[in-house]
Design a protein around this ligand. Structure first.
Ligand SMILES: [Zn+2]
Length: 84
């Protein structure tokens, strides 16, 4: 998954710059709550879910099942509301 095509036509590179400008690392509140006190950033990173936000269209691509599976697409709504 070195890159993929967003529905807007923009190509999203998923490797390259570190830190990646379009990559977000999601962590559920439940997983976050398992940590207390000082946190190991590398350990925390491994528990996050990868998300890429298209810089052109704001579409969100989330790898819920890991980077070896296709991402789920979330589209921004015209009025700021989420769409399914
Ligand atoms: Zn896009």
């Amino acid at each position: 998954m070195a890159k993929f095509l967003c529905v807007c036509g923009d190509t999203i590179q998923v490797s390259g710059d570190i830190p990646h400008p379009y990559q977000w690392n999601l962590l559920s509140d439940v997983d976050f709550d398992r940590h207390s006190g000082t946190v190991d950033a590398d350990e925390l990173y491994l528990q996050t879910t990868l998300m890429f936000r298209c810089p052109q269209s704001d579409h969100l691509w989330i790898y819920w099942r890991g980077p070896e599976h296709p991402p789920s697409l979330y589209s921004p709504g015209d009025d700021g509301q989420t769409q399914s």
